[in-house]
Design a protein around this ligand. Sequence first.
Ligand code: B12
Ligand code: SF4
Ligand code: SF4
Length: 383
Amino acid sequence: MTNAQLKIDLIAYSKSIGIDKIGFASTDSFLELKERLKLQQSLQYDSGFEEPNIEKRTEPNMIMPQARSIVSIALAYPSKMKNAPRSTRKDPRGIFCRASWGTDYHHILREKLAKLEQFLQERVADVVCKSMVDTGELSDRAVAERAGIGWSAKNTAIITPEFGSYVYLGEMITTIPFEPDTPIEEQCGTCTKCIDACPTGAIVQGGQLNAQRCIAFLTQTKGFLAEEFRVKLGNRLYGCDTCQTVCPKNKGKDFHFHPEMEPDPEIVKPRLQPLLTISNREFKEKFGAISGSWRGKKPIQRNAIIAIAHYKDQSALPLLEKLLVEDPRPVIRGTAAWAIGKIGGHEVKEALNQALEKEQDQEVCDEIQKAITRIPYYHTNES
Ligand code: B12
Ligand code: SF4
Ligand code: SF4
């Protein structure tokens, strides 16, 4: 069988197993990306979640010397949730980003890629394949761009003409020299909606992100959040979708091809207060299957406390005061102090003072002191 025919057959097979878009790229060095990654590192705009070895990231033949092509895949995920409960001041809820709805996409895409590998192995005796999704060495976006899946947009996402940017990406390096596809034209034009809407100004300029300012990154950190960002977090528990929801290319894009990607509203839009007391076991049971749980319980709880402050939920004060004195984790005690100060009221000053007397951790003491000094300010503001 010729490689051209094998490519046609592989494309047809990919459709039959629920791969929404497939493209083919060469294994040439990603030279532009290499410069870009170096620049990002030197500016400290990287997140730290990327593979640190830039050579490996940009030289596919370093990962597999005999590699001859890369197969890029995209799966469309839903952007609208059916029966989403409303989040109100009386019933405040947090939100997980769309890329965290349903079953963890790493599993879904790896399974599809494993099937593609098997398909090739059954037809080409000595083929070698290596697949990756998100956590591999390669830049999934750079591969997808080269393979014609979508263009590299100003919000830094790969936007497909068919499904918008609401696609997961993955790829398979192979020893088969498949004919590469042609990249598609950039289609952002003069639009700057994502740059204007980003709550933290993280998109420095079209196509360049300062990940250290990106809420999607910040929600995944484990330490204290800088105050500047706490007030921008809103009710986000994991990830951020703003630069995608404002994008005109995503208008009307909402695909429900994969039942396993359907969100359970009680999981991805959970009530905030119960999150503060959830046990490790309960957390794993409820959130373990979604990608947004990969950093564990602590960042989600920290973000939930910040979200409670965002809603100024008075009914959460007893719980926050309990966390302030009882929680073993300084980040949780300190963030609770901040939230208590934000929600305010005369009675909280007493609770904060009492906690300060017992507190041993310097960072938490600082948070409590800042919260105390802020309370009269909130009162003058309210009166
Ligand atoms: C680190 C990381 C993050 C970091 C940094 C994101 C970033 N923009 O760099 C943080 C934690 C912030 C993040 C957030 C999100 N992420 Co993320 N993330 C990654 C990861 C692991 C590596 C990305 C990376 O290396 N970035 C470094 C930059 C420099 O390179 P790059 O974006 O990969 O490649 C592009 C640029 O280099 C650009 N470029 C190259 N040279 C030049 C030169 C010029 C002049 C210009 C303008 C551009 C340019 O072109 C490349 C192709 O687009 C990838 C998985 C992977 N292994 O690739 C997922 C990935 C990019 N993330 C993904 C998703 C879904 C998200 C979120 C939408 C999740 C959410 N809702 O919260 C947000 C989006 C935020 C945003 N605006 O990017 C998807 C993207 C899908 C898509 N359609 O694009 C990926 C591919 C995971 C996956 N397998 O599906 N992520
Ligand atoms: S994900 Fe949110 S914070 Fe990050 S660039 Fe997009 S809008 Fe800005
Ligand atoms: S909002 Fe506009 S500039 Fe930003 S990614 Fe979408 S089309 Fe491009």
